[in-house]
Ligand binder design. Sequence first.
Ligand code: SAM
Length: 250
Amino acid sequence: MTFRAAVITLYPEMFPGPLGVSLAGRAREEGKWSLEAIQLRDFAADRHRTVDDTPAGGGAGMVLRVDVLARAIDHARAAASNEILPVIAMTPRGRPLTQARVRELAAGPGVIVVCGRFEGFDERIFAARGVEEVSIGDIVLSGGEPAALMLLDACIRLLPGVMGAPSSGTEESFENGLLEYPHYTRPAEWEGRTIPEVLRSGDHAKIAAWRKLQSEVDTRLRRPDLWERHEGARVQSASGARREKRDVDQ
Ligand code: SAM
């Protein structure tokens, strides 16, 4: 099955961009995913191809018009008529993108991504067309295109057959709610710095235990927010298991 990506943008020439090379580029050539970059201006109604207007209530900048956005989204949906693709607008006001959401998207038929520019979108588009708002972090980009490229890159690498070793997808940061453990490679000693002894021991159980511990320590130190969530989920599943056992015993 081909994963369909449609991107609505004022700069279609930015696509496939970095997705035209390496893993994603090869996967596209092999038909594992397809890309349609849709020019938002093609859905303007006037001869100047206007897509934006001044903000209601005043203020700086311009806002993307809801009627133009709706026509572009309807077009992208119609083009994928035999599948229902989720529509995602890239916006700093959206829900932060997670690996779990990426995994869900990659398991589906594809995605329609809408890239904002200027001050962003007329708010009415989200409810009117069931558009999910997604942010790639607490930063402000000048446009949604780099954010869309990030989202698509994260999805594409998870498509079946895109990555070499299947474990490289499942052992990575965020897959189990933790950051990944640190990596090393040859030379064994460099500028007086060595590789942890355990990684050279050949003892797979010890290596796995070391990696698990590193992963937990690094997450606790670097991302206390992730660690708290991880611990919360662990405590919850342990108390759920105890409850189930009690119910069975009674
Ligand atoms: N006025 C908006 C605000 O303060 O929330 C920022 C608009 S930004 C200059 C223009 C466009 O860049 C946005 O509509 C969005 O598509 C994209 N963008 C900027 N930062 C983003 C982020 N963190 N995540 C996803 N998209 C982003």
